[in-house]
Design a protein around this ligand. Structure first.
Ligand code: SAM
Length: 317
């Protein structure tokens, strides 16, 4: 009899038992069955928080404010469909987004007037959030390599009024060589095995998962991260993130680049107003990672948000 009865792949659960803190394991595994509130972000490029909150409340939505993120709210699960079909979504006044996804632009911390790159951008939730944080001022390049997803990104950016964004249908792995040392900040929201999106209610969410897929993702992530580092100005900073729990896709990807760049690259600590956090791992199996990885952050999954990995890096001048 397994310790935690669950339909999720046995190997995946076995690995989580080593990755996650022992005292949080049970709650984390339970969270794969959660029916979460639907969170969203108010798009300040098109509306104000006060106007939008009034409009949604008068349409009958039961809003809960997210106290750690201005402009972020949620509605109960049974209002998800109505919210998805609302005018507010249709007109780009709000963007439905998981709470842990909102953390990435917060940590990247872009400023108006800067040059920013989003290297794996579709469908564009984080690009839009970055454009709003920059008040549509400066330069924001969004790269996506999958055609169908690229057009979805374009549509979302247009709907959201992100006029500052230039989007490119390109392979992000080639960007660093094409435009070296160009950007002040780079976001790498890497394509991954999406383990944090597994749901016990949807077998399709994990049907493609295997260790081989994890390793394939890790190889692509290595090259994307290398490209991102090359595209950074000296002194510029980068956020690498995934929605995977696998150390091969997280600490190991960053560790390889720390070894490659030596003193030219460093991890910067991240401060987040959350309690469901775990520092980056310093060891996995026989591999020992750089001590700097203790400054990376693993967001543990809860009834409110999915798991996430975040690591902030600076290219040392
Ligand atoms: N940042 C997006 C958001 O918040 O809406 C989600 C990004 S998703 C995790 C990763 C994206 O990277 C996918 O859209 C995928 O198609 C794209 N991708 C995969 N390989 C890529 C590559 N070589 N270059 C650029 N984008 C790539």
């Amino acid at each position: 009899m397994p310790l935690f009865p669950t339909p999720l792949p046995e190997l995946f659960v076995e690995r989580l038992q080593t990755i996650l803190p022992r005292e949080r394991l049970h709650d984390c595994l339970q969270s794969f069955s959660a029916i979460r509130p639907t969170s969203f972000r108010i798009n300040t490029l098109k509306t104000t928080e006060a106007a939008l909150v009034t409009a949604l409340q008068s349409d009958g939505f039961l809003l809960s404010r997210i106290d750690w993120r201005p402009g972020a709210y949620s509605v109960p699960p049974d209002q998800r469909r109505a919210l998805t079909e609302s005018n507010a979504v249709d007109e780009g006044l709000i963007y439905i987004q998981d709470l842990s996804s909102m953390l990435a632009p917060m940590v990247l911390d872009p400023k108006p007037g800067e040059r920013v790159l989003d290297l794996a951008a579709a469908p564009g939730g984080k690009t839009l959030q970055i454009a709003a944080m920059m008040n549509n001022r400066g330069e924001l390049a969004a790269v996506e390599s999958v055609k169908g997803r690229y057009f979805r990104l374009k549509a979302n950016l247009e709907r959201g009024g992100a006029t500052m964004v230039r989007s490119y249908l390109k392979d992000g792995r080639a960007v660093g060589a094409k435009v070296p040392e160009r950007f002040d900040r780079v976001l790498v929201d890497a394509p991954c095995s999406s383990e944090a999106r597994f749901s016990t209610r949807d077998p399709r969410s994990w049907s493609h998962w295997s260790l081989k897929k994890v390793q394939e993702s890790a190889r692509k992530q290595q090259r994307l991260l290398d490209s991102a580092i090359r595209s950074l100005k000296p002194g510029g900073s980068l956020l690498y993130c995934t929605c995977s729990f696998s150390p091969e896709e997280n600490e190991q990807v960053v560790d390889s680049q720390l070894r490659r760049y030596g003193d030219g690259l460093a991890v910067i600590p991240i401060e987040l107003p959350l309690r469901n956090l775990q520092p980056g791992l310093l060891q996995w199996g026989k591999r020992v990672y750089s001590n700097q990885l203790r400054c990376a952050v693993r967001v543990l999954p809860t009834e409110e948000m999915r798991g996430f990995f975040l690591c902030r890096l600076v290219r040392c001048p």
